[in-house]
Each structure stands twice: as structure tokens, then as C-alpha cells.
Design a protein around this ligand. Sequence first.
Ligand code: PMP
Length: 354
Amino acid sequence: MSKFLNEKISKLSAYVPGEQPKDKKYIKLNTNESPFPPSKMAMKLAKKELEKVMLYPDPDCSELIKTIADYYGVKKEQVIVSNGSDEVLNFAFIAYCDDKTPAIFPDITYGFYKVFAGVNGVPYKEIPLKDDFSIDTNDYLNEKGVIFIANPNAPTGIKLPLEKIEEILSSNRERVVVIDEAYVDFGGESSISLIEKYDNLLVTQTFSKSRSMAGARLGFGIASEKIIQDLNTVKYSTNPYNVNRVTACLGIGAIKDDKYFKKNVDKIIENRVFTMVELKKMGFEFTPSNANFIFAKTDKMGGEELYLKLKEKGILIRHLKGERTSNYIRITIGSMDQMKKFIETVKEILGEKV
Ligand code: PMP
């Protein structure tokens, strides 16, 4: 740290992304990416667009926004696109939280919420999940802050039904409620259908998981026109060209190639079922996942030890430190070959132990 760094930033604990070790080739099941390549239609559009990268992109991202709006049945004025959904989440912290309006989220959820609060210098409150890692929505009915709920939640994969989301929305009409749907395509229920009814709702989604575009950085928000105007004020005050030309084309192609998207989502769900069945046979317990990962534990070995042993054998998964999570491992669902290799390796490791 240099002597020039201001006090706010010097006190920050930055977000730590999932590791990407370069020492050997790993089976990467640690950052919830898709194992499948992006859509061919998307890549074809993007390749053509490369010829134009000497020109700035369209700051309004009109074509991409129209494509997303049409797909989800909303107006184009109700959509904003961003550099990954992390960016639109950060816009929401900037736009709606302040000293008097804290951010509110579960104690076990996406680790970046805390970091966004820190970097924006806003207070936050963490509400403990129940013992089974589910969210008790009653805890969110009398809060006076901006609520952030990942639905399905991470790292548990547990989803909330729309009636429960509605309870939160209707009891917080004076503040924004952000529903982060990074994993919704794998079995969650989207709150986009509630946008017309609740002008305090902001739904965020990403192209990083179900649409195989983590490396291209594309996310979006859907909300009332007024909320989108607020978020655009933040965007045009920080980075008007936040989505580059090539990514915008990839995004358009990814939405248009709906058959490919659905096929991949189905495969992930199938592979998730396979992995759960196999883990269960070995005595693992896990939360009911509706995402492209499983949050699992076994009495036979601690989470950290299992993570380290798998890494030694060339498989990366995620271990999250913390009182309630350290017994667990979070496994991203990959291709069937990857999941078979994962199961085989876990068997080997646990076999070694006994
Ligand atoms: N929300 C949740 C719950 C996530 O797990 C992630 C990815 N780690 C994101 C948002 C952000 O993803 P991206 O910026 O790639 O869209």
C-alpha cells in the first residue's frame, strides 16, 4: 500500500476471485462458469464486429438492449446492460445506499455485496440464514435499507419462491429491493414478471453462467423505467462505454440462439442430478441446489482438506472459510466427463482415508 492511498480504500478488504492457478491443467469446478463454449451464432457475430473495434461502441447498446427487452417481454427503457452483473450491482449500491440507507443481505451469500458496500463507504447489515441455510423472509419485512437477495442464493443454490419475494417487495415499497438472478436459469423462478407491479424491484442477471460468456463480461438489470434512468446516471458518470462492441454482439447472438442455451441448461441440470446422486451414495449431504453448483459436506473429511486433496489431483473446487461454511465444499457443475472424473477422484480420496 502506498502512502498516498486514502483512508476509505486503505481499510478495504477486496473481493478475492476464484483461483486460476497456472502450474498445471486443472478441471475447473470453482467459479461457476459454463463448461460449454459460447454459441456459434454469437461467435460469428462477434468475429465480424472485430473489424470495427477502432470505433467506440454504441454507449446506449441499443441493439443488445432491444434483444434482451424483446426476449424478456419488457420495454427497452426497462433494461440496462453492464460489464458483468457485478457492475450493475455496484451501480445499485452507488445509486441507492448511503449513510442512512444501509445495504441489507444474508450473512451467507455472494461475497461481493460486502465489498461493494465497503468501496462505496456505505453501512451494511447481514441477516443470518436459518440453520438449514434458507432465508427467512420475515427477517426482511421491517428493514430500512436496500435489500440484496441472490435468488437462487450462492453458495447454497437454495431458491425462494416468487410469493416470498413479493412479501419482501410489498413491505419495502419505499426502498429498492435487488434480486440477483445470476443462477436463475438453472431452476430458479425469475422475478422479472413482478417488475410491472413493483416499482422498487431491480432484477439483475448475467451472461457469465448459463450463456457461457464469463470471459466476455456481460450482465444486465431489468426494472421500472425510472430505476433504469437512475442506473444510467451512474453509468454515464463512470463508464459510458461499459459494454464493448464484441461483447455486445456475443450477447445478441447468445440470446438469439435460444435452442443452444436451453440445451446447455438442460445438460447442466442433468449433470447436477448425476453428481448429487453419486455424492449421496458416498454419504454427502447438500443443500437443495437450483444453480450450476452444489454445496456439499461429508463427515468423512473437512471441507478444506477435501479441497486441497482435490487440487493436488488436478480438480479445483471452492472452499469458503467461515464458521458455518468451512465444513462445506462448493462444486461447479461441469460437463458429464468432468463430473465423472470428480466423483471418481472423491471416491479415491475418501478411500485413501479409510
Ligand atoms: N451474483 C452472484 C450471486 C454471483 O455468484 C456472481 C458471480 N460470481 C455474480 C453476481 C457476478 O457475475 P458476473 O459479474 O460475471 O455477471
